[in-house]
Structure formats: structure tokens, C-alpha cells
Design a protein around this ligand. Structure first.
Ligand SMILES: C[S@@+](CC[C@H](N)C(=O)[O-])C[C@H]1O[C@@H](n2cnc3c(N)ncnc32)[C@H](O)[C@@H]1O
Length: 279
């Protein structure tokens, strides 16, 4: 996923994340086929240690899937600002958390330029989004600025081999369909990954810790697998255009065969986790 699209703000804001459909397609695959049944979002909240009264900023909140999942566990004294570059995402987040003021507030903004006072938040959450910001050092400086002394950044990301089996499936289909995949259809050059994240964080934070979430997928159905591929930023995702009639059906048929050839279940190893960085 190292293609330039991955950090292209206009593409991200107006296409990939214009609304929450692409992301929900990918979240659905994880919810349906993950082998670790405890759940990523429950585990994530377990890692968070904040006082019962705390101001929290989430950057790149997406459709607020984290907060939907952990809502009953949230302390009443938390004040959470959910923000995203995409208005469509913020609308989805607001729709998904309708009845909970004053717990949640919503804002459209770019994590690179945060419109908040210095030292304002106990914590900033930046989940699976720091690899999207064009200016990573500038964003980390901004996050550090808005944190109180001793405040925490919680930053989730993926490892270089995250879901490699889906990458291989995509490549196999692209070969069969005669499509050139753009360079970088892979997590290997991720700008902020489990492997390189600590290095990026250390200049700005006094203490940095990495925690991994053990998980995998056992995908037994073709439709969600094909839909996943079509939801990504890869060239395969742009195959469902008018110039390639029948391509979605071809992908679905290919996915069926691909899963059948693996005994009815495609095993997909994940590499995902979280950095906890203290100011
Ligand atoms: C992969 S999604 C993750 C969403 C959510 N944090 C989650 O874990 O489910 C990445 C999100 O980051 C947002 N995003 C991308 N670049 C951003 C930026 N520069 N500032 C704020 N949000 C950004 C996207 O609009 C998208 O909602």
C-alpha cells in the first residue's frame, strides 16, 4: 500500500474515504472471519489507561467503529472529540453515535493541523491512519503539542506482512485478468508500520511501547473476499469500471475457485497492533 494514492489527501477525502462504504466493507471481513473472537476494539480499549475524567481527541476517526463497539465500557467523565479529514466519515461517525452527548463531539480536520490549544488533551488516538498523512513528523509534532505533559498517543497500525495472503489473491487475479497492478500493492513499504513506528515516534515522545494483537482470518466465502479487494486503493479496485464489463463477476468466480482450492478456507495471517507513546 505504498502507492502515492495512500497519502494523496484529495484522493483519500473525495474518493477512498468520501463516505464509509469502502472501510465498512473491510471492517465487515474482519468482523466476520477473524479467528481471535475477543475483538480488536475490545482489546484496544484494554490497553488504554486514562483517568475517569479525560479529554480525548481521535484523529482519522472513520465511522467510529471503535466507539460503537466499546460504548458500554466508557467512563461517563470522558469527553471525546472525533475528527477526520473526510466530511463523509464524520457524518457516518455522528450517525453511528447518535444519542450520546456530551460524551462525543465531532470535527472535520486534518491531523497535520490541529485547531486545539497546546496541552489540551489527556490522550490522542490515531488508529490506522498515520500512514496516510503526507507530513508524518509534522503530524507527530502537532499531536505532541496538543497533549498535556504525561499525555498519551495511542497509534494503531499494521505490520509489513499484514494480510499478505489477500495481496497474493489480488495479484493472482490481476495476472489472470491481464491487469498491471500499480507498484506498491503491498504493506511492505508502509510509511508508519509496526516495524518502523517506534523509530518515527521516539524523537517526539519520552516513552514508546509496541503491543501486538494476535489474529488471523479464515475466509470461507467468496463475496466478502471479492468485495474487500474492490474496496482497496489498489489498481484491482479500479477494475470495476465501465471499460471492463463483467470484471466483478470474473473476480467473484475467481474468489470461489481460489477458496475451494484451499479446502474451503483461505487463511490470512494478520500483523496488527498499537503503539503507546507518552509525552
Ligand atoms: C483506515 S481508516 C481508519 C479509521 C478508524 N480510525 C478505524 O481504525 O477504524 C483511515 C481514516 O483516516 C482518515 N484520514 C486520512 N488522512 C487524514 C488526515 N490527514 N487527517 C485526518 N484524517 C485522515 C480517512 O479519512 C479515514 O477515515
Amino acid at each position: 500500500m505504498s502507492s502515492e494514492k495512500f497519502t494523496d489527501r484529495e484522493y483519500l477525502r473525495t474518493r477512498q474515504y468520501a463516505d464509509d462504504r469502502n472501510l465498512q466493507t473491510r471492517i465487515a471481513l474482519h468482523r466476520r472471519f477473524s479467528t481471535n473472537t475477543y475483538g480488536w476494539f475490545q482489546w484496544y480499549l484494554d490497553q488504554v489507561s486514562l483517568p475517569p475524567e479525560a479529554r480525548i481527541l481521535e484523529v482519522g476517526c472513520g465511522p467510529a467503529a471503535l466507539w460503537q463497539d466499546v460504548l458500554p465500557r466508557l467512563p461517563e467523565g470522558w469527553r471525546i472529540t472525533l475528527s477526520d479529514l473526510s466530511l463523509g466519515m464524520v457524518r457516518a461517525a455522528r450517525a453511528n453515535l447518535p444519542a450520546h452527548p456530551p460524551l462525543f463531539q465531532f470535527a472535520v480536520n486534518d491531523a497535520q493541523f490541529l485547531p486545539y490549544p497546546t496541552g489540551h488533551f489527556e490522550a490522542v488516538f490515531a488508529n490506522h491512519m498515520l500512514y496516510h498523512v503526507p507530513d508524518l513528523p509534522g503530524t507527530l509534532r502537532e499531536i505532541r503539542r496538543v497533549l498535556k505533559p504525561g499525555g498519551y498517543l495511542y497509534a494503531a497500525t499494521n505490520g509489513e506482512r499484514h494480510m499478505e495472503a489477500i495481496e497474493m489473491f489480488g495479484r493472482a487475479f490481476a495476472r489472470e485478468a491481464g491487469v498491471r497492478l500499480e507498484e506498491g500493492f503491498s504493506h511492505r513499504n508502509l510509511r508508519f508500520s509496526l516495524e518502523n513506528g517506534a523509530e518515527h515516534l521516539r524523537p517526539y515522545f519520552a516513552h514508546v511501547e509496541r503491543r501486538d494483537y494476535p489474529d488471523a482470518l479464515e475466509v470461507t466465502e467468496a463475496e466478502p473476499l471479492a468485495a474487500y479487494l474492490l474496496s482497496t486503493t489498489s489498481a484491482v479496485a479500479r477494475l470495476n469500471s465501465k471499460q471492463r464489463p463483467g470484471i466483478e463477476e470474473a473476480l467473484l468466480a475467481f474468489a470461489r475457485q481460489y477458496i475451494a482450492a484451499r479446502g474451503g478456507s483461505l487463511y490470512v495471517a494478520k500483523a496488527t497492533g498499537l503503539f503507546i507513546a507518552r509525552k
